[in-house]
Design a protein around this ligand. Sequence first.
Ligand code: XMP
Length: 515
Amino acid sequence: RILILDFGSQFTQLIARRVRESGVYSEIWPFNTDPQKIADYAPRGIILSGGPASVTEEVSPRVPEIVFEMGVPVLGICYGQQAMCAQLGGLVEGHDHREFGRAYVEVTDSCALFDGIDDAWTIGAREQVWMSHGDRVTKIPPGFRPVGTSDGSPFAAIADDERRFYGVQFHLEVAHTPHGAAIIRNFTHGVAGCTGDWTMASFRQTQIDTIRKQVGSGRVICGLSGGVDSAVAAALIHEAIGDQLTCIFVDHGLLRENEADQVVELFRGRFNIKLIHRDASDMFLGALEGVDDPEKKRKTIGKLFIDVFEEEAAKLGGADFLAQGTLYPDVIESVSFTGGPSVTIKSHHNVGGLPDRMRMKLVEPLRELFKDEVRLLGLELGLPHSMVGRHPFPGPGLAIRIPGAISKEKLALLRRADTIFLEELRNNNLYDAIWQAFAVLLPVRSVGVMGDGRTYDLACALRAVTSTDGMTADVYPFEVSFLTRVASRIVNEVRGINRVTYDITSKPPGTIEWE
Ligand code: XMP
């Protein structure tokens, strides 16, 4: 396994992803982790991430000395390279010429990191990379030799073959560095000697053993939401302990069309998992009556959800463990340099609110996985592509896609419009290219004309964004003909909606959901 020490770069998670894609398990720890803990972890290699700080400042993050004393290979990326150089006797200086975006590195010498990458990264080659830095290394420490240069960085890539320390100024973890993944693979396999046997098939096996050991003969309950994470967690746990698992599906009536039936059919029908389907839609609709404030909607739904879940759990006579689909990004300790409180934009409700109240031991078999690894694991477990490839869906469901107070009638209109949009996306092979796509029912009436008649109906907005983590998002650039086809289908097929708009706001400044 490989340890990644995080200096706060926005790309750190991508490093872990690339390492794992090379078949090697990796974890991300803060740079200031206790040195003894790092030594005890005994990784095969250590990668130092980039970060926003400057080593030229007096107080800036340092690499724990133990990293250089363990005898394991080290790869420093951007800030990681600079910090390594500064600490091992080199020099880093600020520069008014920031290098940002696409750049080219000229390979000046051979290096284990560049071995066997098709015909690329050979001596004299000019290779595209992604740069994002102000400071640069101006003198390399003793023992190192330069192996690549760029316009902005005389030491864009350096190597100390003896100690197996390497540094690159560019970000090899991002897609804009075309051979970055191959370079990382050279580090994990060639330099650090990992075998690359970490796959979803092996993960499935080890997790099954772990779950069996943890749970023993205890009973586990798992909340199903219709989303990917809880579905994969449930399928995995069921494979490990069979009928010791009971799933509780609190149906708040705010799901998309047919979604509740699909969940029941899949888990009860196909997987033979014990499943309690509690249709609580009337309760939720009642509690939400007249509630138009987004945060109040979330709080109402979140609280009621826990009440109903607890009620069902109590009917079962309780359980020893609560299963959760917690993912790795929720677990990684973040490194922050800004200090100060951050503003709550939205208080997210999901099943994650459960454990505090329920005081049960947790089973979290996906704690080590990124989202796309969860999807692969789901496929491995036999879940259908239509389930594991699903777009993220917010805990409060359609309630936050109807600005203002919701009603049964509005939910029905939104479901129809949303289904048409998603159907068209699937039929045109666009669904998988998009992070999230949905319709929003607007609290706006407008005048229209259909046939010879006047209409005065509601409007709906379509939203489709690309994103890697939901933190930032870009609008999906549909062909206008696609949008007009969807609009015309919605207006023709959904009585009650007579106008369709496309939301072209990115995040920031917009958010993905409207509420
Ligand atoms: P925003 O709207 O904040 O959304 O840009 C970012 C991601 O989070 C999802 N989202 C939620 N998920 N409970 C959830 O479980 C919520 O209350 C909630 N609000 C937003 C949103 O769908 C997107 O994927």
